[in-house]
Every structure is written in C-alpha cells, then in structure tokens.
Design a protein around this ligand. Structure first.
Ligand SMILES: *[C@@H]1O[C@H](CO)[C@@H](O)[C@H](O)[C@H]1NC(C)=O
Ligand SMILES: *[C@@H]1O[C@H](CO)[C@@H](O)[C@H](O)[C@H]1NC(C)=O
Length: 387
C-alpha cells in the first residue's frame, strides 16, 4: 500500500468514528506536495495503531537502489571505458579508496553517491555501468551512468569526447531492459520506482564550456545560457520521470569561483575566490530550485529534493580549521593549483601526504573527507523527507 492508501484508510476510519460517536475523534490532514500525512488522535489506542501503520509504510517506501547521473562529481569510473583524456584511473587517485584502488573516481577515495548509498543501508560503493567486469546482478541495487567532463549541454560533452546526458539516459533505458529480464517486471518496476536518483551536473557547462570557449558565449548571455541549461534539466527530469523515476535529488552548483583552479587563474585578486563565478553559481542554483518546486507540483508522485552544495562547501572553504582541515585554497595533488586528471599522476613530486587535511583533492574535486561531510549533511536532509 502507498502512503496515500494508508491515509485514505485512516480517513475512512475517522469518518466512521465520527458518524457512530458523533464526535470528532480524529483529524487527519494530507499534504499532497510532500506526500506526508498527519493524523491527530484524541485517544491513546488509536495513536498506537497509527504508529504501526506509519512503520509499515516507512519500510515499504525504503530506497531500493541508488541510481546516478552526472559528471565527475559522481562518476565512479565510466570514463575508463571510453576514448577520452578525462580519466583518472591511475595513482595517486584512489589511494584512500578501499584497497587503494584508482577506480576512475576523481578523488583520493569515495564520492557522495557511495556514502549516500551506504548511509541508506545499501552497498558502500556504486559501480560504473560501463565496467565490463560487472553485470546486472551487481547493478540491481545501485549503478552509475555519470561521465566526468560532461554537462547539461551536448556541446560540453563534445569538448573532451565524453558521454552526453542524453546518452546517459539511453544507458539507463538499456539498464531497465536488463533489470526486467533479470528480475521480472514486477520486481524490476519496484526497484525503479523506489530508487533514489542522484543527479549532479552543470559545473562543466560554465567552466569547461561557456567561460573557456567562444561558441556559447557568442550565442548566449550568461543568463540566457543558464535558462538554456534549465530547459535541458527540465526535459531530463521529465524523461526519467516518464521512465518511472520518482525520488530524486538534484544537486546544484558548488561555489565555482573558489575551486583551486579558478583561484589560481584569478588575475585581479590572486588566490582569492572569483566572486563573479560564485554569483553565477548562486543565480543558477536559484533557477534550479524554482524548477524543482515547479516539477514537484506538476508531476504526480514526484519527490524531488534540491541538494545545495554551495553553502556547505563554502563553509568548509572559509572556515576549514573548524572542520579539521588545514588547506582550502589548493588541492592535495601536485601544486594543488591546476593539476587534475593526467597532470595529477604519481610522478608529480608535490602531492601532499595526508589528503584529510585538504578540502580539495585536486584542483577541482573535493577530497574524500569533504565528500563525507557533504554527504552526511545531505543524508540528514533526505531522511527528513522519509524517502
Ligand atoms: C553475473 O556475473 C556473475 C559472476 O561474475 C555470474 O555468476 C552471474 O551468472 C552473472 N549474472 C548474469 C545475470 O549475467
Ligand atoms: C542533444 O543531442 C541529442 C542527440 O543528438 C538530441 O536528441 C538533443 O535534442 C540534443 N539536445 C539539445 C538541447 O540540443
């Protein structure tokens, strides 16, 4: 039974009591937007009964799998299997990952989807869909379609020849077909509709594409480009919704101007955050938030959450010592100013020894410890939504 059915049931019981006893024993309200029901009872046994129902509905609504779309913030290694230079399946990447393995995650260790999956009682690492050593039995409780260096915009994926977002959706459709063949329609559909979909993408559209190359800048003002991306985001959400996705977390942009590589190229104010980039991140996040509210209202059964990495990350960057960090301006790898991907390799003599002291692992990507802190925040927020 769904929440809705449970509370219809409670409503009916309340009416019967009202009718029989001719007094108001039960007042129930139903919030359609959040899908949360509230019932106020005036006698104890009924409260007890409601609690049992609430528990039953919670266990049924449990997240069945974590399914990931996006860029390097969440790619668990798909780029290892495509011809691109946007790779990192070599040391020192992964040196704090279980087994010290460089998996293709742009980090010294695990990424937010790994921590979130573990926090929800699922597996501790999310596998990459393109990993040929794995099959649908490993993907049934979590899978990643993300690709480092991609964006909402097809043109962003073209820059380093990575997987465009529309292709991630094609892989997801193929995954659904395999899942149905493996588990049967009923079980597969249950997994698809109770999965948590983590979407984290957009930074590359600005840093790798709009601000780095002439094409989009000559076609759009930055505000027009934001709106163009928002349109793509909306289509994407509607598409996976029509394929059965219901619980989603859409991640906004980080404070892009404070990424080490942006600071290093700040000519006006060397090594300071580029305020103009941060302003764009905030502006874009505002538009994403409005989109999330609109889609929650328009798409029945959708529970989409806007995950804001901006302020949590900015707090780590501005007051690192409060969180046990020592360095926030530079990454651990190499000089920390520009190295990422192939430039962050084991021949680079400057790499730090303890990445736990660094907010950033390389010149763009957070360290594992930062990912853990951000994920713990997000998990707390997601649990309040009783996903
Ligand atoms: C998946 O791989 C495992 C071993 O790696 C194998 O035992 C299993 O039969 C495979 N399952 C499917 C559905 O191909
Ligand atoms: C991106 O490319 C795909 C495949 O060619 C196409 O279907 C889609 O419309 C493109 N998206 C935009 C916004 O142009």
């Amino acid at each position: 039974m769904s929440y809705y059915q449970y509370f219809c049931f409670i409503f009916t019981l309340g009416y019967m009591i009202n009718f029989i006893g001719n007094k108001s024993l039960l007042h129930a309200s139903w919030d359609y937007r959040t899908g949360m029901g509230m019932a106020y009872m005036s006698n104890i046994p009924w409260i007890f009964f409601i609690q049992i129902l609430a528990l039953a509905s919670n266990s049924e609504a449990k997240v069945s799998a974590v399914i990931v779309f996006g860029d390097s913030s969440v790619d668990s290694g798909n780029n290892n299997y495509i011809p691109t230079i946007a790779k990192c399946n070599f040391e020192p990447y992964g040196r704090d990952f279980p087994g010290g393995t460089p998996t293709g995650r742009f980090c010294n260790g695990r990424l937010p989807p790994d921590f979130i999956s573990e926090g929800l009682g699922l597996k501790p690492v999310i596998p990459a869909y393109l990993d040929p050593a794995l099959n649908i039995s490993e993907f049934a409780t979590g899978v990643c379609f993300a690709s480092a260096a991609t964006g909402y915009d097809n043109a962003t994926a073209d820059v380093l020849k990575v997987i465009p977002l529309w292709k991630e959706v094609e892989y997801y459709k193929e995954y659904q077909t395999k899942l149905r063949a493996y588990l049967g329609d009923k079980k597969a559909n249950g997994i698809i509709s109770n999965a948590l979909y983590l979407i984290s993408i957009g930074t590359n559209d600005f840093l790798e594409n709009y601000y780095a190359l002439p094409d989009r800048k000559s076609q759009f003002t930055v505000q027009q480009y934001e709106d163009f991306l928002i349109g793509i985001a909306e289509n994407f959400v509607r598409q996976i919704y029509s394929l059965g996705a219901r619980k989603m977390s859409l991640t906004g942009l980080p404070p892009m101007g404070c990424l080490p590589v942006q600071r290093a190229t700040n000519l006006e104010d060397p090594l300071k955050c580029v305020e103009e980039r941060n302003k764009i991140a905030l502006e874009f996040n505002g538009k994403l938030k409005t989109l999330v509210a609109k889609l929650n209202k328009n798409l029945p059964g959708l529970k989409m959450f806007f995950a804001d990495p901006y302020y949590p990350l900015l707090q780590l960057i501005t007051t690192p010592s409060e969180y046990g960090f020592e360095v926030a301006e530079e990454g651990c790898c190499g000089t920390g100013l520009f190295e990422m991907g192939i430039l962050c390799n084991r021949h680079n003599p400057f790499t730090c020894t303890d990445a736990n002291k660094y907010v950033f692992w390389d010149a763009i990507h957070p360290s594992q410890r930062t990912n853990k802190i951000i994920s713990d925040n997000l998990l707390r927020e997601l649990k309040q939504l009783s996903l």
